[in-house]
Structures are given as C-alpha cells and as structure tokens.
Design a binder for this molecule. Structure first.
Ligand SMILES: Cc1ncc(COP(=O)(O)O)c(C=O)c1O
Length: 399
C-alpha cells in the first residue's frame, strides 16, 4: 500500500515548505540515504583491494551497489558500470563502441531524447565517418512512432539510441518494439533510462536494452550514474584504460577511484524504492517491482489532476500528448516567459524548471528553443495533492 504521508516523512528536505516539483532535474534524498553516506565515512573507508578492514568495506560497498542496480533494473551485477553521471558514461561508451564504426555505418538517434543520448553518438559517428540518422517526433501527438524505424534501420545500422521516457514531455516510446527492429538488423540498443527509472518498474530484458543508462540522483539517491549491460557484451569492448586497471568486468569502464560513500547511498536509495510499498514481500527485486508499480499508479492519478487543472486554463498551452507517459508536464503561459513563470512560482514556494531542459532537439521541433523553452513541472513519488493544488493556484494567478 503506497502512503504518501509516510513517504514524505522520510525526506528531511521536504519540511522546508517548498513544493519540490523539480524532481525531473534531481530529487531530494531520504534520511536513510543521507545516513548510508555519512555511515560509510563514519565507519572508515579505504581504497579498494587492500589488506585492511576499511579497504574491505569499500569493496563491499561497490559490490552491494552493483547488486542494488541489478535489482532495480533486472540486469546482472557484473554488467553494472558505475560513474559520475549518465552523460559521462554515455560519452565513454560512445567512444568505445564507435571504434568499430567506419564510413557506410549508421547510428540512429531520436529527436525525443535528452541531448545526452544524442550528441555523444552523433559526434562519435562524425569522428569515424559514419552517418547519424534521425527518428522524428510526431508533433501533434509527441509520440515517437516505432514504424519509422523500419525505414531507418538496415544492415548498415550499428546502434540505436532511444529514451525510455522524455524528460520534457514525458512520452514513453515503445522501446521494446524499436529494440526488436534494431536487433533484427544486428544493431545494438542504448536506452536512456534516466527519466523513466523513477516512475515505472524497469526490466532491461523486456525492454531489449543492450545498454540501460540511469542516474541515481533522479530516484532519491546521490549524484551517481550507471549503465547496465550484459557482462558478455562488455567483454567484447575495449575502452581506453590505465595499464594496471582491471582487465575484465565493468571496472574497466570506471576510471580512477570511485565515490565510495556515494555508492553506499545508491544502494540505500534502491532499498528506499523497494520499501515504497511496505506490503510487498520477497526478494529485493520483487519488492522493487511491486513498489514501482504502486508508484506508477499513484503518480498517474496525481498527474491526471495536474493535467486536468492546467488543461482547463485558457492562458496555458500544454505540450505532451502521448498515450503512455511519465508524470511530467511541459507548458507555456500566455504573456509570460517560462523564466517569469518559474520566478512567479518560486515566490510561492513552488520549484519548477524552465528552458529546454536539454531536450534540445525536441524544443526545436516544438518551436520553443528560441523563446525560452517551456515550464516543466514533474511529479515524483513524494509529491502530493496539496503541492499540485498550490502549483495550479499560482499558475491561475497569471491569467
Ligand atoms: C532523460 C535524461 N537523460 C540524460 C540526462 C543526463 O543525466 P546526467 O545528469 O546523469 O548526466 C538527464 C538529466 O537531466 C535526463 O533527464
């Protein structure tokens, strides 16, 4: 049973009186995550691979973090690459994967995606003389029609990069259908799961993701990114690395010393997600799936109220009409720039984002790039109806 009041009590920052509707840009963290990070430092940690207990504790933290991400995504702990954030890891993988590309090869990116799942691939393709092809958004529906991939894919396609959810308009494309089409021509599939992971149960196998990228700071954890892949696939790749760094496993893709204490916080964040439905039982993976299903249901209901409220205001234009979507509203207000709206809301203790939110291609396709983008109000599992009503009342004042 999902109980938002119980959930909110776990987050110290939520007591400051602000409505945090900026979760799509980064969430607050529960006390258990703060304690896990502080606890790692308090108990003494060392670098990994040493002979003494503090070193062993860091080794355990890394192993536990990989397991937690595997439980969150349905992947294998030996295929979890850890790093500072999704953008850094995606550039690193684009550099590594593109070594196999040359003239005549193609990669397919989508105009729905955050730029972090576009530019690293376009730039890597350019360096190798390969070609980037574009999947387009249907602006009338903000859907990414999977049928177009039939035309875009061929035996020349090396990689398809696609998002599991748009961080601007919320669209959740049919990734499984796109991945099946990509696999049919022998291409790899790189899924940006940064915006989807906080909102839905994730199963990398069901999605058909060869690589699934996520960022813990979008789901109540610290600023750490991860990419989940099949261990056997990673073994075929050869990233630049230091000579003494590991020869096998995901560690080859992780440069330098990790943020060990933060990794302890990532595992605590997964445990937090697993506990969101306290009636869920079984393994942590099972509890994550049950809890995230409860989160999806809760957020969908709350989002319907947000959309109904904004949709009823004549001075508001809503973007985002996809049938399946994350609870993220993207809108403009007549007579006010997105920045002015965000300032008006901040003065009423409502945190929202304004701009293109790095959904740069989509903002261009929607005709919003040169006019300051739009306002983004996103829900996560700790938001409640009172916060939504406060946002709606504040936007209504701008009529
Ligand atoms: C959908 C999406 N992809 C990628 C990113 C980039 O993630 P990171 O900040 O971990 O590099 C973001 C960040 O906002 C995002 O929302």
């Amino acid at each position: 049973m999902f109980d938002v009041n119980r959930v909110r009590a776990a987050y110290p920052a939520l007591s400051d009186g602000y409505a945090y509707l900026d979760g799509a840009a980064g969430t607050q963290v529960p006390a258990a995550v703060i304690e896990a990070i502080a606890g790692a430092y308090r108990s003494g940690i060392g670098n990994v691979g040493g002979t003494f207990p503090a070193s062993g504790r860091s080794g355990s933290i890394v192993a536990e973090c990989r397991q937690a991400l595997a439980d969150l995504t349905g992947g294998s702990p030996d295929g979890v690459i850890l790093g500072p954030n999704m953008t850094t890891l995606t550039y690193r993988l684009a550099d590594t994967l593109s070594r196999r590309w040359g003239p005549g090869d193609e990669v397919v990116v989508s105009r729905l995606d955050h730029d972090a799942n576009i530019r690293p691939w376009v730039q890597a393709a350019g360096r190798r003389g390969a070609t980037a092809r574009w999947a387009e958004v249907d602006i009338s529906t903000t859907e990414l029609p999977p049928a177009q991939y039939g035309e875009l894919l061929s035996e020349r396609t090396r990689l398809v990069a696609v998002t599991a959810a748009s961080n601007a308009v919320g669209t959740r494309p049919d990734v499984a259908a796109i991945a099946a089409a990509a696999h049919a021509v022998g291409a790899l599939v790189y899924v940006d799961g940064v915006h989807a992971t906080p909102h839905v149960p994730v199963d990398v196998g069901a999605l058909g993701a060869d690589f699934y990228a996520t960022s813990a700071y979008k789901w109540s954890g610290p600023h750490i990114g991860a990419v989940v892949a099949e261990p056997a696939l990673l073994e075929t790749l050869h990233p630049d690395k230091l000579a003494p760094a590991p020869e096998g496993g995901p560690g080859r893709f992780e440069r330098g010393t990790a943020a060990f204490a933060d990794l302890a916080g990532v595992a605590a964040a997964v445990e937090h997600l697993a506990s969101l439905d306290p009636s869920a039982t079984g393994s942590r993976r099972q509890r994550v799936l049950a809890s995230m299903a409860a989160v999806e249901e809760y957020e969908t209901r709350l989002f319907a109220r947000l959309l109904d409220g904004l949709g009823a205001m004549e001075h508001v234009t809503l973007y985002g009409r996809a049938a399946r979507r994350a609870p993220t509203a993207f809108f403009t207000v007549a007579g006010h720039s997105p920045r002015q709206v965000a300032e008006h809301l901040a003065a009423r203790q409502v945190n929202v984002w304004n701009g293109d939110n790095y959904a740069w291609e989509l903002a261009g396709a929607l005709g919003l790039r040169d006019s300051g983008g739009a306002v983004r109000a996103g829900l996560v599992h700790y938001n409640d109806q009172a916060e939504v009503e406060r946002l709606l009342a504040a936007v209504a004042e701008l009529a």
